[in-house]
Design a protein around this ligand. Sequence first.
Ligand SMILES: Cc1cc2nc3c(=O)[nH]c(=O)nc-3n(C[C@H](O)[C@H](O)[C@H](O)COP(=O)(O)O)c2cc1C
Length: 377
Amino acid sequence: MTDLFDPLTLRGVTFANRIGVSPMCMYCCADDGKPTDWHLAHLLQRAIGGAGMVMVEATGITADGRITPGDVGLWEDGQIPAHARLVQALAHAGTVPAIQIGHAGRKGSRLPAWFDGPADPGWQIVSASDLPMGKFDAPRAMSEEEVAAIPGLFAACARRAVQAGYRLIEVHGAHGYLLHQFFSPISNRRNDRWGGDFEGRTRLTVESVRAVRAAIPEDMPLALRISHTDWIEGGWTTADSVELAKRVKALGVDLVDCSSGGIDPDAQKIPIGPGYQVPGSVAVRGGAGIATAAVGLITEPEQAQAIVAEGKADMVLLARAVLRDPYWPARAAAALGRVDAIKGPPQYDRAWGQIGKFGIRLETGLPLPPLPAPPGR
Ligand SMILES: Cc1cc2nc3c(=O)[nH]c(=O)nc-3n(C[C@H](O)[C@H](O)[C@H](O)COP(=O)(O)O)c2cc1C
């Protein structure tokens, strides 16, 4: 039986455990796409907390592929050094530095979520068709040539990510962003080669994945995040996801990260509850025979352990739980009796050594036993 704290190897990369920090846009603080001290502090904390992988937020493959002007991007070589600095800090903390690359399409040109409005100045948003999402502006439908250029832009971005030192790349095909806008029948009304049937609607995702795989080293794992269902009658389904997963597996995708929803927040009916997206991971993992990540309201150590132990996913990704508590993985190790599993940086030995020695949990305010002897490093 697989344990949450067992290592996982995908191609040439070994993750120390099965807990990953899910990509989370900060909508803030990037300097014309370059990650800054904010991103370093935010992500490094979570790497120190013990996650086996830390994934950088949805990173724009083009400037107009961002959601907000404050987002991280990797659309030009000048952005590589800022990413490399972040990568080095994460790797030093013992995690696998990963990056999600994507294009927001019709969900772009916005202010940060907490302001909820269009960016000013913004930019022309584009999509598969000229259908707006909810209260957002209507996008311009992309020409065939514009669509055909997208896989190359994904590949160029991935090449830069490799140069920066990232060790896993995830293509963002979820949450109603550009690739999802193409494969979902809710947002794609095209009747050229980029639309119509399943084949046409998934072509952009398939071609983008193919281009990225060809651009990155053979020993580097590639992930694809999808919305496994739209949760809308007549929309993209879990069965479609299984079929897509089979195809991208054949193209060299190693992990399908199974999220859901986002193509039309007004129409979707999501049965939100603990682990509500895990059935998508089970379906894709079993149906396509590919490694999966489960995500969404995974908050308890026992819950995460059960998902991995029962073979429902190869990895769990956490977002809000690790925002609340960057040390979630270390606390989970203590709670599950695996205090040996997360060592923490040696710089913290005088505090973390106690977890190993006495098996105490990390709650603040608890009376601590005397400090163990210095480790003698
Ligand atoms: C602040 C914030 C930003 C997010 N940004 C992204 C993102 O950049 N890319 C993405 O695929 N999902 C993003 N998400 C979704 C999370 O990765 C995750 O799938 C979702 O929050 C469900 O997991 P949770 O219940 O552990 O929070 C974001 C979520 C939050 C809370």
